[in-house]
Design a protein around this ligand. Structure first.
Ligand SMILES: *[C@@H]1O[C@H](CO)[C@@H](O)[C@H](O)[C@H]1NC(C)=O
Ligand SMILES: *[C@@H]1O[C@H](CO)[C@@H](O)[C@H](O)[C@H]1NC(C)=O
Ligand SMILES: *[C@@H]1O[C@H](CO)[C@@H](O)[C@H](O)[C@H]1NC(C)=O
Ligand SMILES: *[C@@H]1O[C@H](CO)[C@@H](O)[C@H](O)[C@H]1NC(C)=O
Ligand SMILES: *[C@@H]1O[C@H](CO)[C@@H](O)[C@H](O)[C@H]1NC(C)=O
Ligand SMILES: *[C@@H]1O[C@H](CO)[C@@H](O)[C@H](O)[C@H]1NC(C)=O
Ligand SMILES: *[C@@H]1O[C@H](CO)[C@@H](O)[C@H](O)[C@H]1NC(C)=O
Ligand SMILES: *[C@@H]1O[C@H](CO)[C@@H](O)[C@H](O)[C@H]1NC(C)=O
Length: 407
């Protein structure tokens, strides 16, 4: 009986399933091309397979009724849809992808708390989406949108987060506690102003590449398991007051033009290298009072007139300090740690160089600082790829959707 109320594209997977309200798409994908299609699904408790909103569906689609989609939910390449509502959906078992939807300005899914991944890209009218909020997702990619807030996402843990090119996003505050692979932030907020980032509960993170932020607060951060890289940010001050170690990767600060104060009061151990370069306003590098072990190289380059690493005992790679100003007195201290063959105590295992009055000190920002082992440098190439991937899986699904329409 229920079968009759379903879209032609559905078949019930058996009477037991039908009685429990499970609807299964023929071919694995249900395509919704109109509100009438959506209304026919209202009696399904669970939609098995993927749900695709057709490219000509709209302006308003409401798929209230179903509580779960076992596969993906996709709204792609649709220039008509303005509003999408799903009052009962709590879970999307696959990816929830919205891509290239230029008119969508209202997304109302007040019970959605879980999706395998979130991938919203080129969503150019949606400012304030409503989700459960979402508390469970393995991956969140938000790119080229006009979102003003990420309040719809309240995760305590996730694997990957890539938030880039969202010009109206000026604040990011989340109770995230840990992150298993990488956080990448770039080009959010107004150009030259950036985004304020507050992660008060973050205790450990595998890797992070942070660019163009105006503030970055991580008061609880204790461990970075891989690398942390800060490029072209707008902050004047950066502190990781509770960070004790980067267990396997590099710590880098490159080209943060306004940075004057960099402090890591508890940091003792960097598994990879330390690179502080081309932060032209930074006059003193004195924020590493406890730093003892560096598994890679140390490279300090800039316009500073004083640098010190008073607790340093072991650098496995080379040590290179160079400034546009006279740092002769700092060099004398560093030279005490030089390899024995260079007249020092051997704390630094690679060779040590320290130069003053180097007019080119800000020009070299090379990242060849990882010394052996498992240095997990953040992967720049990956960031770029994430922003533009229209992968073959997606094309495959578009084709499937076309097939369902033909039915
Ligand atoms: C974006 O969607 C529009 C339809 O709204 C389509 O014409 C266009 O080709 C799509 N762009 C891409 C890159 O797929
Ligand atoms: C990162 O380090 C923390 C603290 O040592 C640990 O609990 C966590 O499991 C590590 N995470 C990864 C991905 O290795
Ligand atoms: C944003 O950061 C990137 C480096 O990741 C840099 O190339 C770019 O110039 C920065 N943009 C601004 C406006 O600072
Ligand atoms: C900093 O670390 C100490 C010791 O692990 C801990 O007791 C304290 O709560 C941490 N502070 C913050 C703000 O997380
Ligand atoms: C992140 O950190 C882990 C170590 O916790 C490392 O194995 C991995 O290669 C790093 N890089 C990325 C892109 O996840
Ligand atoms: C630098 O920042 C640290 C931590 O926020 C702060 O305690 C210290 O007073 C600052 N130093 C200067 C010179 O502003
Ligand atoms: C750096 O330049 C200044 C000014 O020309 C000079 O007084 C100083 O001796 C130079 N320092 C070194 C180490 O060459
Ligand atoms: C150094 O940083 C400035 C911005 O402060 C930037 O214009 C310049 O290109 C950077 N130089 C290098 C070699 O990255």
């Amino acid at each position: 009986m229920l079968v009759k109320t379903l879209l032609p594209a559905f078949v019930a997977i058996g009477s037991a399933a039908a009685q429990s309200g499970t609807c299964t798409a023929n071919g694995g994908t249900t395509t919704i091309n109109s509100q009438a299609d959506a209304t026919q699904m209202a009696s399904c408790k669970t939609l098995k397979g993927d749900v695709v909103i057709g490219t000509n569906a709209g302006p308003a689609i409401d798929i209230s009724g179903p509580g779960e989609i076992t596969g993906a939910l996709r709204i792609l390449n649709n220039g008509l849809i303005e509003s999408f509502t799903s009052n009962d959906l709590t879970k999307v078992g696959g990816e929830f992808r919205i891509q290239n939807t230029t008119k969508l300005s209202s997304l109302n899914m007040p019970k959605l708390t879980s999706a395998k991944t979130i991938q919203w890209q080129s969503v150019t009218s949606l400012e304030n989406p409503t989700l459960g909020p979402l508390t469970s997702a393995d991956e969140i990619i938000i790119s080229d949108t006009v979102l003003r807030t990420l309040d719809a996402f309240q995760l305590k843990t996730t694997r990957k987060m890539d938030i880039n090119n969202n010009p109206r996003l000026t604040k990011f505050n989340m109770g995230l506690q840990n992150l298993g692979e990488i956080m990448a932030l770039q080009a959010n907020g107004l150009r030259d102003q950036g985004i304020d980032v507050d992660l008060p509960n973050l205790v450990w993170i595998a890797n992070m590449t942070i660019a163009n932020v105006s503030t970055f607060e991580v008061p609880s951060l204790r461990v970075v398991n891989g690398s942390a890289r800060f490029d072209s940010n707008f902050f004047e001050s950066f502190s990781a007051p509770n960070l004790t170690a980067l267990t396997s990767g590099d710590l880098s600060f490159i080209g943060n033009a306004q940075l004057t104060n960099l402090t890591f009061p508890k940091l003792t151990n960097i598994g990879g290298g330390l690179l502080v370069a081309n932060n032209t306003a930074l006059e003193k590098i004195d924020g590493f009072p406890e730093l003892t072990h560096v598994g890679g190289a140390v490279k300090l380059r800039g316009s500073f007139d004083e640098a010190e690493l008073p607790s340093l005992e072991n650098v496995k790679g080379t040590f290179d300090a160079s400034s546009t100003t006279d740092i002769d007195s700092s060099c004398k201290e560093f030279e005490k740690h030089a390899p024995q063959g260079e007249g020092g105590n051997g704390d630094v295992q690679g060779s040590l160089t320290c130069t003053s009055n180097n007019t080119r000190a800000n020009e070299e920002t090379g990242t060849d600082i990882v010394g052996g082992g498992s240095g997990g440098s953040g992967d720049d190439g990956e960031n770029g790829a994430v922003g533009m991937s229209l992968n073959s899986a997606l094309f495959g699904l578009v084709a499937l959707a076309g097939f369902a329409v033909a039915l």
